[in-house]
Design a binder for this molecule. Structure first.
Ligand SMILES: Cc1cc2nc3c(=O)[nH]c(=O)nc-3n(C[C@H](O)[C@H](O)[C@H](O)COP(=O)(O)OP(=O)(O)OC[C@H]3O[C@@H](n4cnc5c(N)ncnc54)[C@H](O)[C@@H]3O)c2cc1C
Length: 437
């Protein structure tokens, strides 16, 4: 078990190395700089830190996050899944360590690090076996308030960011609707200005963590579609209290990620303060797009975490299980698919961290972030499926964990954007094909 990190308030990038606590398993910086040769069988190590391409700060984040989260092991997450319990203590520990503000500005209590480091953090969290349940419990803190950070007033940032970073408030993300789905611009939730308030009427679907969230980042139409020149106009963003006495929140029973609730929301004349609108009225879609590339990269990293966790279990089991008088891993029908999956995961990982680097350097176009999410979620799905099949019958038993991984690893292929919509985007934006949707 890795030693628990002491309270860690991460400093901006340049001070990172000095601010991190020494850890039992930490690599020294001379080792890191020398990019050590990776030991044989390193993919069997829990949260291995040998990737030769990671920067010093990425390795340091990897180690420090591992120190906090490694004790929340597969058994813990299996129990959360079985009992459908939200991992409050896990979130609190990350908040106490300063991790929820990893990408937030220093003046509001964050660490102002990049998506390159946040992606390492999210991969690590998923890779413990916590999968998406662990990642989704804090995912919104990492990228979600990007519209507030970029477009909120000073008063709004002072009011909204610190409680989220300290873990005192939790937020959910309210975009998807039952009648519009991937066609976000057709969403039907209306926000009508009445003096210094807005009245919200409509519904949202698939809103994760709404059972526990104090706040919601809500996208609603302030000008009817018929009255705008372009469909991406007339939408506005609000970051406001999720008042359950006014909003009907109904949980949707679902396949996996059971520790994290997902919900239908109904609003009927729900009144919220105008001061909770972010930026100019009608500019909401532009603002929501801002965080989306970052979110795709983080989802890619979370997918990778599940993929490597599955692969680790599959490879370990294949060494230990003897059938026909020899380890099943001695059969190429078992070892080759696992080897193929490691290469595919690594290919997706290189794309993911390249996309993160580009994002941090100010590259705004979405092709690499989208490609990373696509490749990582496909590679992870395949890796976990193969890991489960390598287990034979016990792969289907909950106590071997890979069935839970498989139920969770399907989700990044659907949300926050489906694979088809990414293919549409790449075909149109990169290959110049006619828009198909
Ligand atoms: C567990 C879970 C948690 C979620 N959490 C949140 C959340 O917190 N907040 C939030 O706002 N949303 C959330 N979502 C919603 C998620 O972002 C959407 O499910 C996703 O964007 C897909 O939209 P949809 O489900 O309406 O599918 P649809 O848009 O109905 O699409 C259905 C299928 O048709 C395909 N399709 C549709 N149009 C085209 C086209 N033009 N070309 C090719 N294929 C097409 C899609 O690729 C998909 O395969 C969550 C979803 C799930 C399942």
């Amino acid at each position: 078990m890795l030693r628990r990190a002491t309270r860690l308030r991460l400093a901006p990038r340049s001070h990172l190395a000095r601010s991190l606590p020494a850890t039992r398993r930490a690599l020294s910086f001379s080792q890191v700089s020398a990019a050590p040769n990776v030991p044989a069988g390193f993919a069997l190590e829990l949260l291995q830190n040998h990737n030769p391409d990671w920067t010093e700060s990425q390795r340091t984040v990897r180690q420090a996050v591992a120190d906090v989260v490694a004790k929340y092991d597969d058994e813990f997450w299996l129990e959360c899944d079985n009992k459908k319990t939200f991992p409050h203590q896990f979130v609190k520990e990350l908040a106490d360590g300063g991790w929820l503000g990893i990408c937030m500005p220093v003046e509001y209590g964050g660490s102002a690090m990049g998506i390159s480091e946040a992606a390492v953090m999210m991969q690590t969290i998923a890779e413990t076996g916590g999968c998406l349940a662990a990642a989704s419990s804090i995912h919104m803190n990492i990228f979600g308030l990007e519209p507030v950070v970029k477009f909120g007033s000073k008063e709004q940032k002072d009011r909204m960011l610190p409680p989220l970073i300290r873990g005192e408030e939790r937020a959910c993300f309210g975009v998807t609707e039952p009648n519009s789905g991937s066609d976000t611009l057709k969403l039907q939730t209306r926000a009508v200005r009445k003096g210094d308030r807005y009245e919200i009427t409509g519904s949202k679907m698939w809103i994760s963590t709404a059972q526990h969230a104090h706040k919601i980042l809500l996208l609603a139409r302030t000008t009817p579609l018929e009255e705008v020149k372009k469909p991406n106009q007339g939408l506005s963003i609000f970051y406001t209290d999720l008042d359950r006495t006014k909003v009907e929140v109904t949980e949707i029973p679902k396949m996996g990620r059971s520790a994290i609730d997902t919900n239908m929301l109904f609003f009927d004349g729900w009144s919220i303060p105008a001061e909770d609108r972010i930026g100019e009225e009608g500019d909401g879609f532009k603002m929501i797009l801002h965080g989306m590339n970052a979110e795709r990269v983080l989802l890619a990293a979370e997918s990778l975490g599940i993929g490597y966790a599955g692969l680790r279990r599959g490879a370990q089991y294949s060494i230990e299980r003897n059938v026909f008088g020899r380890p099943i891993g001695q059969n190429q029908g078992i070892q080759h698919p696992l080897a193929d999956s490691w290469m595919n995961l690594e290919g997706a990982r290189l794309m993911t961290y390249q996309a993160a680097k580009l994002y941090d350097e100010g590259f705004v176009s979405g092709e690499y972030a989208n490609a990373a999410k696509y490749l990582a979620s496909e590679a992870a799905f395949k890796a976990v499926e193969r890991a489960l099949l390598s287990h034979g019958g016990v792969g289907y038993a909950k106590e071997y964990h890979v069935e839970r991984y498989l139920r969770e690893v399907i989700l990044p292929r659907i949300a926050p954007i489906s694979q088809n919509m990414i293919l549409n985007y790449i075909a149109q934006r990169v290959l110049g094909q006619p828009k198909s949707y």
